[in-house]
Write a protein that binds this ligand. Structure first.
Ligand code: DSN
Length: 411
């Protein structure tokens, strides 16, 4: 008997979500479509197995197969990120938030100083937000973006580092649309003798696809989720120099987690096999081309884009010159079948729950095979709906028909 017969309530909800995903344009920068193969590994019987600790050192019997799964996942991560021999990989973190906390817990003492970007400028909850465990446990000092350019100001970051002498400098963003100069961050970290940590969750697929600089040659530790530009399962990995390996492994297990999710680890292995293919490189290139095309078309329609454009997969649309807030714009666009997330803009005059912008990203639409031409079409729908909310139902129907021509992987 299938799920449909045994639990029609959940089956029907999954079908409803499948329809929603198929019939709308997903511009949420952190979402994507996992392939059927990733989903198959994730939904496999590997979920049955307990395997606390690491391959060949488990606390349970019967781990010989999942040991092979975990070894293979690590090997594929190494290959995709071109990791030097003196780097280590841990594929057990359940997701990005635990991965970050596991690194802090491994390398720092409570109350140690960490420098990171604040959430409102494009950081993350686990980068020291006062409502998060990170902000409650460590002394975070935040840097932001230049009010003039909307970009990172490396001189200002250096000045701040000099002043506060952090033990760790964190670089990695959820809403920053420009290429990050990891080499400059390394120089800053060296000047103040700080550990250099990158959280590349958003841009990992661009790094693996060769269209964004990698932090690996310069940094000490790198975390990333696997489900954003990498198109994998909801999970994360930590990569670090060998000298931190033992502390990080202990921090993941038994420090913060119990049994690893071997089904998710198998799906990570599938993800990195897919990401090592030439077609993934093309995909990464197209994500960036699409983001640039979308930003340009929106600018042509009179929208302001933070930092005046994008180098990666995302952009922040600043609605301060339009008569609408980010939250209302998000809701209005959703009523027209275009799904986004609201976002603060640098030095936002409004509050984070109803900010001045929306964040748009192109990883998911690129997975559906959309190209620059389709980005112009999407920009014209956005402009039409923001200018005249009454057209939303008509646009929603057009979007539904349009989406039929671009089947999403895995749906
Ligand atoms: N909040 C997620 C994002 O959308 O960027 C990252 O955790």
């Amino acid at each position: 008997m299938s799920l449909k017969q045994k639990d029609s309530q959940i089956y029907n909800l999954i079908q409803k979500e499948r329809k929603r995903e198929a019939e709308t344009i997903n511009l949420i920068a952190s979402e994507n479509f996992a392939s059927k193969e990733v989903l198959e590994a994730l939904g496999s019987i590997l979920t049955n197995k307990y395997a606390e600790n690491y391959p060949r050192k488990r606390y349970y019997g019967g781990c010989e197969v999942v040991d092979e799964v975990e070894d293979l996942a690590k090997e594929r991560v190494r290959k995709a990120f071109d990791l030097p021999l003196d780097w280590h990989v841990n594929v057990q973190p359940y997701s990005g938030s635990p991965a970050n906390l596991e690194v802090y817990n491994a390398l720092l003492e409570p109350a140690d100083t960490i420098m990171a970007m604040d959430l409102a400028s494009g950081g993350h909850l686990t980068h020291g937000s006062p409502v998060n465990f990170s902000g409650k446990t460590y002394k975070f000092v935040h840097y932001g973006l230049s009010p003039k350019t909307g970009k990172l100001d490396y001189m200002e970051i250096l000045k701040l580092a000099d002043k506060v002498n952090p033990k760790l400098i964190l670089c990695g963003y959820t809403a920053y649309s420009r290429e990050v100069d990891f080499k400059k961050f390394r120089e800053i970290a060296d000047k103040v003798k700080a550990i250099a940590m990158a959280d590349v969750s958003h841009i990992a697929g661009l790094i693996v696809g060769g269209v964004h600089m990698s932090p690996i040659p310069f940094f000490d530790v790198v975390t990333t989720t696997v489900h954003k530009t990498l198109r994998g399962p909801r999970a994360a990995i930590i990569m670090c120099k060998d000298k931190y390996a033992s502390a990080i492994d202990k921090s993941v297990f038994p420090g913060m987690q119990g049994g690893p999710h071997e089904n998710a680890i198998a799906a990570i292995a599938v993800t990195f096999k897919e990401a090592s293919m030439a077609s993934f490189r093309k995909y990464a290139e197209q994500i960036v081309k699409n983001a640039k095309a979308l930003a340009k078309s929106l600018q042509d329609f009179g929208f302001k884009i933070v930092s005046d454009g994008t180098d990666n997969h995302l952009m922040i649309v600043d609605f301060t010159n339009k008569n609408i807030s980010g939250l209302d714009a998000r809701k209005l666009l959703e009523s027209a079948g275009i799904v986004t997330s609201q976002s603060t803009i640098p030095q936002d005059p409004r509050k984070p729950w109803d900010p001045s912008g929306v964040r748009l990203g192109t990883p998911a639409v690129t997975s559906r095979g959309m190209k620059e031409k389709e980005m112009s079409k999407i920009a014209s729908w956005i402009a039409a709906v923001i200018t005249d909310p009454a057209v939303a139902p008509k646009v929603k129907e057009e979007v539904r028909r349009f989406c039929k021509n671009f089947p999403a992987p895995g749906l």
